[in-house]
Design a binder for this molecule. Sequence first.
Ligand code: PEP
Ligand code: MG
Length: 316
Amino acid sequence: ERAAALAASTGPGATSDGHKVPLLANIGGPADVAAAVEAGAEGVGLFRTEFLFLDDSTRAPSEEKQVEAYRAVLEAFPEARVVVRVLDAGADKPLEFLTPAAEPNPALGVRGLRSLLENPEVLATQLAALSKAAEGLPVYLEVMAPMVADRTDAKAFAAACRAAGLRAKVGAMVEVPSAALRARSVLQEVEFLSLGTNDLAQYTFAADRQVGAVSRLQDPWQPALLDLVALSTEAAGAEGKSCGVCGEAASDPLLACVLTGLGVTSLSMGAASIPHVRATLGRYTLAQCERAAAAARAADTADEARAAASAVLGAR
Ligand code: PEP
Ligand code: MG
């Protein structure tokens, strides 16, 4: 019965009472496009552009090479949203030509947007390539920066996008607690937010995402993380802007319902998770998701939050 329900799960993501939550794919490059289309992704919510930079970590790929790769992705999603994240180098993804050699704490050092602001020519080339790749295509291009900490970061990124003549929505990832706490201020500079719950958990709990011994603190059901999600969606709602999730949290079907109840406007995940999330979300009303979200936030631990949400949703 469950397999049949999954197979029958097609169409746009929505609660049973029709509240739409677009289900988007996380991709790492053109090679992931087919699976995303196959899963019925309504677009791309996170295009991790790092893959292009990994062949040769001593220098950035040429603008031409970037245009080609971006175009291959953009062409696959006509009339759809494609959210491209500019290069997120450093910490768990070091690049020789960008990442400082000897930082005591790479996760707290020059990474993500910080690397790009230190190397503005790398950002300018990437934005120019994106701009050219999207030319003439009927795609809704959105471009976001990783590791935005505050309004100053968001402002610098938005300025770089304007300088590149980019015709795209400009957004900020919320992966640093300060950006969630002051989301309204970040939103003065950008048009949308996207919660990167993997890094947001890492920085909220001071728990390295690569260290198994602290994995308990990386659990996206942690109520403190849910509080930061709520702060972000409330700010976005107040500004009339969108706030999606593109971290691993979105791929847990029950948590996807809770995130919807917290006001998240889209969910982006690995393509393989889309059918299951779509089927689960379609079983509950928005009001049920909201009650599950409130119950989860009222809990004290991740396990209790999970159990409380399950109880509200009568999850099987
Ligand atoms: C995240 O941090 O949640 C995220 C989506 O980005 P990445 O996993 O690539 O750091
Ligand atoms: Mg991240």
